[in-house]
Write a protein that binds this ligand. Structure first.
Ligand SMILES: [Fe+2]
Ligand SMILES: [Fe+2]
Length: 168
């Protein structure tokens, strides 16, 4: 019987489970942003449309970063089931507010994994997650600034507000 030479797993098994959950969360975010992009696309909200298509891609990149990190460190990355994606929205402002809430819960989830990596002395994951912590701070800031624009432009036509919003 041949014995396969296995790479030693450098990440903690408990932390790996949390990272696999995070892959699912990033892919769910990607699918949600795609739904938002479609809503904006149908209404010719050009900046918002571009913004959300871009967000959808970025979230997939985040998922892939974690996916390859797990496998590169001898673990087993799991391709997630993405379910219950909401495709119905009330308003453009509502879409950005929902996005901010989603980003906040992603940040909280990243913090949870970071804490667990610390507790388990999983230094490799701790260092890996630093990029995500910085990224989340930026993402939250982007959405907060956009909601500020809605406050400033209250009562203006939707397309005019959209023209003031960032494309990325
Ligand atoms: Fe993300
Ligand atoms: Fe994000």
């Amino acid at each position: 019987m041949k014995t396969a030479v296995r790479k030693q797993m450098t990440i903690d098994p408990l932390v790996m489970d949390l990272l696999n959950n995070q892959i699912a969360m990033e892919m769910k975010a990607s699918a949600s942003y795609l739904a938002m992009a479609s809503w904006c696309d149908q209404r010719e909200l050009l900046n918002s449309k571009e913004f959300f298509y871009k967000q959808a891609e970025e979230e997939r990149e985040h998922a892939m970063k974690i996916f390859t990190f797990i496998n590169d460190n001898g673990g087993a990355a799991i391709s997630p089931n993405v379910q219950n994606v909401n495709n119905e929205f009330e308003s453009l402002r509502g879409i950005y507010e929902t996005s901010l809430e989603m980003e906040i819960s992603v940040t909280q989830s990243i913090f949870k994994i970071f804490k667990s990596a610390r507790k388990e002395d999983d230094f490799v994951t701790e260092v890996f997650l630093q990029w995500f912590i910085t990224e989340q701070a930026e993402e939250e800031d982007t959405f907060r600034s956009i909601i500020d624009i809605f406050d400033l432009m209250e009562g203006m036509p939707l397309k005019m507000i959209d023209e003031r919003l960032p494309k990325e």
